[in-house]
Write a protein that binds this ligand. Sequence first.
Ligand SMILES: Cc1cc2nc3c(=O)[nH]c(=O)nc-3n(C[C@H](O)[C@H](O)[C@H](O)COP(=O)(O)OP(=O)(O)OC[C@H]3O[C@@H](n4cnc5c(N)ncnc54)[C@H](O)[C@@H]3O)c2cc1C
Ligand code: FES
Length: 354
Amino acid sequence: MTAKEADWRPYRVIDRKVESETIVSLDLAPADGSPPPPFRPGQYLTFRFADRAGAPTQRTYSISSDPADGTRRRISVKREPGGVGSGHMHDRMPPGATIETLAPKGAFTLDETSNRPVILLAGGIGVTPLLAMAHALARTARRATLIHACQNGAVQPFARELGALARECASLRYAVCLAEPTAADLAARAFDFQGFVTREILQALLPIDDYEVYLCGPTPFMRAMFTLLTLLGVAEPRIAYEFFGAGQSLRAADVSAAPATPRTGAAPQADGDMVVFARSGLSVPWDGRHRSLLELAEAHGLTPAFSCRAGVCSTCLCEIEGRVRYFEEPLDIPPAGQALICCSTPDGPVTLQI
Ligand SMILES: Cc1cc2nc3c(=O)[nH]c(=O)nc-3n(C[C@H](O)[C@H](O)[C@H](O)COP(=O)(O)OP(=O)(O)OC[C@H]3O[C@@H](n4cnc5c(N)ncnc54)[C@H](O)[C@@H]3O)c2cc1C
Ligand code: FES
């Protein structure tokens, strides 16, 4: 067993709760009875398990529970039709079942040193990391508004939990926006706005202030919200976001930098090493604005394969000339000539077979 292999720890399901028509929560704790390691609100856990055919599989799920709970960690999983990982979590993880997991990871975390008011803006299942943040914020006097956009009340999770949190904490506001409320939703009137989140809704909820925003949800939702927020004057660096699936940079500079046709030979910045995406015929300077080579590729319209974005699954492994530096240590360091681009930055000029 390698040292990295030893990082995987068995966790046991100690509770399972249906949150909505599509989402279940699993409460997990180390199977040996020890307390789970601490996590920062917004981080995720990586799991590995055998799929129905016995193939080793990894998936990542954000921790949705209160970081102050030292006994258990909750994940909340939306079932994807035909999805391997979500199907496993829904169908094969009853109370008592075990699964291996790594220590919490991820850089999409609440800045708990700041006093700025916070906007937590969630689309659907994207609420999970923001829920942990809401619990942490509810123990402070910092003003926070959680806006949850969902299709309807049948698929909306955590209404009761967030409603209770907001009632207990005067500085936390909770607003629900249902795109297509059902007849039952309309009768119960248990939502604040109907339709998509608009500029008017944001203006109604958020008096002008110097906000920090944490954004998570489906890609079209994230794009729309990012645009709205910047139109309302929120500075881009104040908007942190996380993709659960294939992602692209939302920052305007990156979007406009994404070439309509591949470009080659762009002049490197004074302090920027050149990153060549050889198969795409694209060369771009590394200017330090992206977290990883994967994010740089996505910012320029490329769509390399990935799954965990955490150095665990090797999906993003690619051939490389040059060297990278890992900011998140991969589970297995790739051999020379290969690199995991989700958790590395260039260490000098590099050429990637992407
Ligand atoms: C940082 C991070 C945090 C996350 N947090 C959460 C969370 O809190 N909650 C949550 O629910 N998810 C979360 N996710 C997403 C999660 O990791 C999985 O990606 C998600 O559960 C889907 O995985 P799956 O195995 O069920 O689907 P997959 O099997 O990977 O498939 C995904 C989709 O593609 C379709 N598909 C698969 N194979 C094919 C094929 N051959 N042809 C056509 N279609 C196909 C499936 O039907 C499915 O709809 C997070 C992801 C990241 C990166
Ligand atoms: S996406 Fe899993 S290791 Fe990079």
